[in-house]
Design a protein around this ligand. Structure first.
Ligand code: HEM
Length: 139
C-alpha cells in the first residue's frame, strides 16, 4: 500500500510539472528560444523513460499494485498505449536532433520536426491528463 500511494503521489506531481513544461517548451520553440526548448524536451523525454521503467518495476515488485479494479483494465491499456506514442516519438525527435546530418533517420525527423513535435506534444498532453485521472480514481 505504501509503495502504491508513494508512486501515485510522485507520478501525479510529475504529471502536473510535465504538463506545464510541455506548454512552456512549445512556447519557447515558437518564439525561437531553441536552447531552453531543447533542454526541457530532453529533460521530459528522459523523465518519461524513468517514469515508465519505474512503473514497470513497481508493477513487478510493488505487491498489490498490480491488482487495480478489473473495470479499469481497458482504460489503463488505452492510457499506456497512447503514452507510448509520445514516448517513442519524442525519443525519435531528440535522437534525430542529436544525430543531425548523420543518417536518413535524423534527416527525416528533423525535416518534419514541427509537425511531429506538435502531434506528440498534443498526445503527450492528453496522456498526462489521463494519468492525473488515474491517480484520482485509482487512489
Ligand atoms: C521531445 C522532443 C521534442 C518535441 C516534442 C519538440 C516539439 C517542437 C515543436 C512543437 C516545435 C514547433 C513549435 C511551433 O509550433 O512553432 C519545435 C520546434 C523546434 N524544435 Fe523541438 N521538440 C523536441 C525536441 C527538440 C530538440 C531536442 C531540439 C534540439 C535542438 C529541438 C529543436 C527545435 C527547433 C530548432 C525548432 C524550430 C523549428 C525547426 O527547426 O524545426 N527540439 N519543437
Amino acid at each position: 500500500m505504501a509503495a502504491m500511494s508513494m508512486f501515485l503521489i510522485i507520478s501525479t506531481a510529475w504529471a502536473v510539472i510535465a504538463l506545464a513544461l510541455l506548454i512552456v517548451a512549445w512556447w519557447l520553440a515558437s518564439v525561437g528560444r531553441i536552447v531552453p526548448h531543447r533542454n526541457i524536451m530532453i529533460l521530459l523525454t528522459v523523465g518519461a523513460w524513468v517514469f515508465i521503467l519505474n512503473y514497470i518495476f513497481v508493477q513487478r515488485y510493488g505487491g498489490e499494485f498490480g491488482s487495480f479494479p478489473r473495470e479499469y483494465v481497458p482504460w489503463m491499456a488505452l492510457h499506456g498505449s497512447l503514452g507510448l506514442v509520445p514516448l517513442i516519438g519524442a525519443t525519435c525527435l531528440v535522437v534525430g536532433r542529436l544525430m543531425a546530418g548523420r543518417n536518413k533517420f535524423s534527416t527525416h525527423f528533423n525535416r518534419h520536426h514541427k509537425a511531429y513535435g506538435r502531434t506528440f506534444i498534443l498526445v503527450w498532453f492528453f496522456t498526462h491528463l489521463g494519468g492525473i485521472f488515474n491517480a484520482i480514481f485509482l487512489r
